[in-house]
Each structure stands twice: as structure tokens, then as C-alpha cells.
Design a protein around this ligand. Structure first.
Ligand code: FES
Length: 145
């Protein structure tokens, strides 16, 4: 049912924890399943993500997707980080079962929420970034694989 990569990132998640004084932090949840994800980003003066950490109170797929999402955004510019969609995270994990697709959306929205916080704190606009939703079930459509 789950790929080896999903099992690996669930059993041995990367970048778990918090960043003190993060450049941006965002929390999103899914009211339906009750899972919550918080993403911390450390972004340097060139707009490059140096560090990403997460805390997820959620299912195994949410933990695996948060872990992969933090790995994917590290070293990217804030603009490039927008390309780390839930589909990109799922692809990097070699797929997720259809009932678990929404878990990957939590990871995408957590990145967006942290970027939104960073942009707000610095008075900048990140092109293409929309205000994140707190509850992903309220967001209209998302990529399915
Ligand atoms: Fe809700 Fe996975 S079941 S995030």
C-alpha cells in the first residue's frame, strides 16, 4: 500500500523539530481528520531557505509528506519553494494511496503558510503565493495523482 520511501520518511522523519526565531512559521490543519502540521523556515537575506523543520500531529502519511516537503524546500529560493506542490511531494515519495492525498496537501499548505508569514514580516510580496487556508478542507481543488 505504501511505497518504501513513504515508510522510510514515516519511520525516520527528517527535520523534525522547531527553529528558534524562524523567518516564517505556518500552521495548517484538516478539520475532518483533525491532523495539524506546523512548518518553520529559516530564510537568508538572498531569499534562500537554509533550514526547514516541522512538527506534525497527524497520520503516518502526513509525517512522511512533511518530512519530504522540508527536504525538498531546503536550498531553494522562496519562489522555487512554491513549486513544491503536493503533487511534487507525492512524486518524490513514489506516490500515496488515493485516500491519503489530502495529507500531502497539508504539507503544501504548511509551506505556503510559512512563506506567507515570512512575506508578511518582511513586507514583501511573493509572486504566485496566495493567502493560505487554515483548514485545507476549505480549499477548493488540489492535485490528485
Ligand atoms: Fe489527515 Fe493524513 S489522515 S493528514
Amino acid at each position: 500500500m505504501y511505497s518504501d520511501k513513504v515508510i522510510d520518511h514515516f519511520s525516520n522523519p527528517r527535520n523534525v523539530g522547531e527553529i528558534e526565531n524562524p523567518s516564517g512559521v505556518g500552521t495548517v490543519g484538516n478539520a475532518k481528520c483533525g491532523d495539524i502540521m506546523r512548518m518553520y523556515l529559516d530564510i537568508d537575506d538572498d531569499g534562500v531557505i537554509r533550514e526547514a523543520k516541522f512538527k506534525t500531529f497527524g497520520c503516518g502519511a502526513a509525517i512522511a509528506t512533511s518530512s519530504m516537503a522540508t527536504e525538498l524546500v531546503k536550498g531553494k529560493t522562496v519562489q522555487e519553494a512554491l513549486e513544491v506542490t503536493n503533487k511534487a511531494v507525492m512524486e518524490a515519495l513514489d506516490g500515496l494511496p488515493p485516500v491519503k492525498v489530502h495529507c500531502s496537501l497539508l504539507a503544501e499548505e504548511a509551506i505556503h503558510a510559512a512563506l506567507w508569514d515570512y512575506a508578511k514580516k518582511n513586507g514583501i510580496v511573493i509572486e504566485g503565493l496566495q493567502e493560505p487556508v487554515e483548514d485545507i478542507e476549505e480549499s477548493a481543488e488540489y492535485d490528485k495523482m
